[in-house]
Design a protein around this ligand. Structure first.
Ligand code: SF4
Length: 241
């Protein structure tokens, strides 16, 4: 697969997009929210944490602080206590308070619909901004989280490690209209099938277009990483951690 031409990779990406659509037609953002503001805050909290855990804390958080104005004025200690189960709670409290203040002071209390404006808010990187744009506003975006990185590397659609580079490479391969749906479907696939430690390759709907099982098998057989290609090497390194 390392000698795959750009055209062949593009055609394979199209087949993967279609197979994912068949396998996960209803995939959507798993973070519960009612407004763009709630989605923004929930996405910041989801760093290094499962969406399910975020969904456990956000109902009480949003009841107590239903708007950017309310959260901007919040007592940090009280916010920390509410979000503590999501981990890194002190830093996350600073981020969501800072983001809320930014919304109030610079955007009239509204979540902006531009990537640059979103990433100017505290605690908001491109991944969070793309989740908000795609899910809350229907503006296509590719959000690279841990599942997107692992699955796309195994699929051989990127060799990059940097999320921003992965995002750019996928934007060149995936039709723009599919960017948000592709993100949700890959994340669901990463959870349901392409597990970090034990990918279920024999039952995977993408197996005909995925180089990873063969590359991993060759690597096991030869004991050398050469045949596996970088996609496999990257994923295998992860499995050994
Ligand atoms: S074939 Fe295996 S490695 Fe490839 S996407 Fe499916 S589960 Fe993941």
């Amino acid at each position: 697969m390392s000698r795959e031409s750009l055209a062949a990779r593009g055609a394979r990406a199209q087949r993967i997009v279609r197979a994912l659509a068949r396998a996960y037609p209803d995939a959507q953002c798993a973070l519960e929210h009612r407004t763009p503001f709630q989605l923004l805050i929930a996405t910041i909290l989801s760093a290094q944490c499962t969406d399910a855990k975020v969904n456990e804390v956000t109902p009480a958080l949003f009841r107590r602080y239903p708007s950017p104005d309310a959260l901007a004025e919040a007592d940090p200690g009280e916010v920390e206590a509410l979000i503590r189960p999501t981990g890194f709670y002190r830093q996350k409290a600073k981020s969501i308070l800072g983001a809320a203040r930014g919304l109030v002071e610079r955007f009239g209390g509204q979540v902006p619909k531009e990537l640059d404006a979103l990433t100017s808010l505290r605690g908001v990187a491109r991944k969070t901004a793309n989740v908000v744009l795609g899910t809350a506003f229907g503006i296509p975006g590719i959000a690279v989280d841990t599942h997107m990185k692992r699955v796309n590397q195994r699929l051989g659609l990127t060799r990059a490690e940097d999320p921003d580079v992965i995002e750019r490479e996928l934007m060149a391969l995936i039709p723009e209209a599919e960017w948000t749906r592709y993100t949700h479907r890959v994340i669901q696939h990463g959870r349901a099938c392409c597990d970090a430690r034990r990918p279920r390759c024999p039952i995977c709907p993408l197996r005909d277009d995925c180089p990873w099982p063969d590359a991993a098998r060759r690597e096991r057989t030869t004991g050398a990483g050469e045949a596996a290609g970088s996609a496999s090497r990257s994923s295998t390194r992860k499995r050994r951690r």
